[in-house]
Design a protein around this ligand. Structure first.
Ligand code: FE2
Ligand code: FE2
Length: 308
């Protein structure tokens, strides 16, 4: 298994697109509360019939805040993964070490960017919004899985950042969205694009070492990780329903609360799981790993993607 990517080229690209947190969130940044942060094509909030436009906008903001936290959350394990891969190359390929350390450093930067954004959000949003908080524990569980499975889920997540930006912000109606949130997604993707190439180099390297049995076990672990992620996304959706109730200052009826949870969970499932499982590049890269790789992805799509 050979990719057309090289560590040296990735370092060069990474240096070219690199940004600073202060470039994106300079001193004095205030969030634009009059516009949606995320497009309806990602959130699906427009279809929740019983919410009025002001309530939909609040739920959109709650979702944007949860989105940035979810990325900071999953990137906790990715930092650990990149460090492990850098360490494995420590006494051999120093170009690889540099590329992989940049990878780790950029992920810490992304976490700090999203955390800083979360602070700005919570400072000015009128009511508290719950978000997942046990990132370290979840990272430990993910990193205990097979190295190939961890790389698969990382490649999957890093590729979807591109889809979130391209599909959401380069479509009609995107002009109405908050430009700051769009900028965060654009810059996140530009660095993630380099990470995805590193994932692929590492994935093919370890798949060659693991052989067919190792790759088959990795698909089982990948399925387990997606199932755990799905459960975390449901927890986030439940928190969102409570956050919305606090923000609009009224209790939601049980049926309304259930509808909000279902809609939010569905949106997160699509953004974080479905978009990866249906990503054309992901499908093509993974097909190289095993004869039944495409079948395994289709089976996972049947579990996680509505209408698959
Ligand atoms: Fe990232
Ligand atoms: Fe990344």
């Amino acid at each position: 298994l050979i990719t057309r990517f090289s560590y040296a080229q990735i370092i060069e690209n990474s240096e070219r697109v690199a940004w600073k947190i202060g470039d994106l969130l300079p001193e004095g940044t205030r969030l634009e509360w009059s516009r949606p942060f995320l497009p309806d094509s990602l959130t699906g909030i427009g279809a929740i019939a019983f919410l009025n436009p002001a309530e939909k906008l609040l739920l959109n903001h709650i979702t944007g805040h949860a989105y940035t936290n979810l990325f900071a959350f999953v990137e906790e394990y990715i930092i650990g993964m990149a460090m492990q891969h850098a360490e494995a190359e420590l006494f051999s390929d120093h170009t690889a070490v540099r590329a992989l350390l940049r990878f780790a450093e950029e992920e810490v930067k992304h976490q700090q960017l999203f955390q800083r954004y979360g602070e700005l959000f919570r400072r000015d949003f009128p009511t508290p919004c719950g978000v997942l908080g046990n990132a370290g524990d979840v990272a430990g569980v993910i990193l205990s899985k097979s190295c190939i499975a961890v790389l698969l889920v990382t490649l999957h997540l890093e590729l979807v950042t591109q889809q979130h930006y391209i599909e959401a912000y380069r479509t009609t109606g995107a002009d109405d969205l908050d430009p700051l949130f769009a900028t965060l997604l654009l810059h996140h993707w530009q660095e993630e694009a380099q990470h995805a190439k590193l994932d692929l180099i590492e994935l093919y390297k370890y798949a060659d070492l693991a052989g067919d049995d190792g790759v088959a076990r990795a698909f089982d672990d990948y399925a387990d990780i997606l199932a755990s992620l799905d459960d975390l996304l449901r927890q986030q959706a439940e928190m969102d329903a409570r956050s919305l109730s606090a923000a609009i200052g009224r209790d939601l009826a049980a049926a309304e609360s259930d509808a909000v949870i279902r809609s939010q969970w569905q949106a997160y499932k699509w953004m974080f799981i479905g978009m990866g499982l249906t990503n054309q590049s992901f499908i093509e890269y993974v097909a190289e790993l095993a004869v039944d790789a495409t079948e395994r992805l289709l089976a996972l799509r049947a579990v996680h993607v509505t209408g698959a």
